[in-house]
Design a protein around this ligand. Structure first.
Ligand code: HEC
Ligand code: HEC
Length: 283
């Protein structure tokens, strides 16, 4: 009888240990992914930025969604149901240098060679030098923040997403080769805006988000130019509903598009909706 008890207790002990070790294993394996170092690129910084480029920078941080995550005044903020924290972009220029800033935006890497997590650098990879310079010029007109940003913390569910590949580090996401279809110079301005402002949710090729929440942008086929303006400025979908996503809502991100940008976007997306039909192979 006593023997059975002993074995039972031992088996239970092993089981409890096993259960306790499981989160530890997830923690240690994801920690290796989080601490991984990547080779650093050295972005070009153009010191002589014109004064009016700061005004363009102020416009860009809104339409490109930097303020969605980093906060209306870029002092940092939580997003995605407070699961993630985007740090202040007004950090001391001596610690977050122009070069670090530009590298983070386009290549998703920190100055120490580790990756950023949750920063959609893959959407900004092809941003023009002049636009990155303009954003930096704007940020530098704001009073700097000398407080150190809170350390990024990852809970167990985020760590599991890292291990099973559902949460990809920004420094690796930028290696994706997906791109919106190229329709030539006539539509290049709209394609640029779609790539930098819309791909974060609608996918790098604009064919929709992997989870299906943001549709393929060939839906623009059913939008007249005025429907499209209603969507950008008021968040009104063609079926009369108000888009669920905050970025689409009135007074927020896309209501800041100026008319020529909205037209360029529309023209590109409208023509694209036909072009993708032709290039898609029937199955
Ligand atoms: C979907 C949310 C999101 C959007 C949109 C976004 N960021 Fe970020 N960004 C983050 C997060 C999260 C981090 C921190 C990642 C980390 O520390 O691992 C970050 C980090 C950064 C960093 C590095 C800061 C540092 O202290 O190392 C810079 C610079 C930056 N973002 C600039 C921008 C700019 C400029 C834009 C717009 C063009 C932008 N971000 C848009 C979420 C976002
Ligand atoms: C932050 C995420 C996000 C960004 C960025 C974003 N969208 Fe959306 N968009 C959505 C979601 C989510 C929906 C689905 C809305 C719904 O059904 O409530 C949507 C819906 C749409 C629709 C409606 C399609 C239909 O079925 O009628 C169009 C058109 C659209 N977006 C265009 C754009 C354009 C153009 C941009 C870039 C300027 C953009 N979106 C950027 C999240 C986003």
């Amino acid at each position: 009888m006593q023997r059975t008890w002993k074995w039972g207790a031992l088996a239970l002990g092993v089981l409890v240990l096993g259960i306790a070790a499981w989160p530890l294993a997830i923690y240690l394996r994801s920690e290796a992914a989080i601490r991984r170092h990547y080779p650093l690129a050295t972005p070009q910084i153009h010191e002589q930025v014109a004064k009016d480029s700061a005004a363009r920078g102020a416009h860009l941080v809104r339409i490109l969604g930097c303020t969605d995550c980093h906060g209306a005044n870029l002092k940092g903020g939580q997003f995605d149901g407070a699961r993630f924290y985007a740090p202040s972009l007004r950090r001391d220029p001596a610690t977050l240098t122009d070069r670090d800033f530009a590298r983070a935006v386009r290549f998703g890497l920190k100055g120490d060679g580790t990756s950023l997590w949750g920063m959609p650098s893959e959407s900004y990879l092809y941003m023009r030098d002049a636009d990155v310079d303009a954003i930096i010029a704007y940020v530098r007109t704001l009073p700097p923040d000398y407080a150190a940003p809170p350390a990024q913390s990852f809970d167990l569910s985020v760590r599991r997403a890292i291990l099973n590949g559902r949460f990809v580090p920004a420094g690796e996401a930028v290696q994706s080769t997906l791109s919106p279809i190229d329709l030539g110079p006539r539509y290049d301005g709209g394609r640029y805006l779609a790539r930098t402002a819309c791909s974060q949710c609608h996918g790098l090729d604009l064919a929709g988000s992997p989870d299906g929440s943001a549709p393929d942008l060939s839906r623009v086929e059913f939008y007249s130019p005025s429907d499209f303006f209603q969507l950008l400025h008021r968040g009104k979908l063609r079926d009369g509903r108000i888009a669920k996503d905050k970025s689409h809502q009135a007074g927020w991100r896309f209501s800041h598009f100026v008319d020529y940008e909205a037209f360029a976007l529309y023209n590109y997306l409208y023509v694209r909706s036909y072009a993708v039909k032709v290039t898609r192979t029937p199955n």
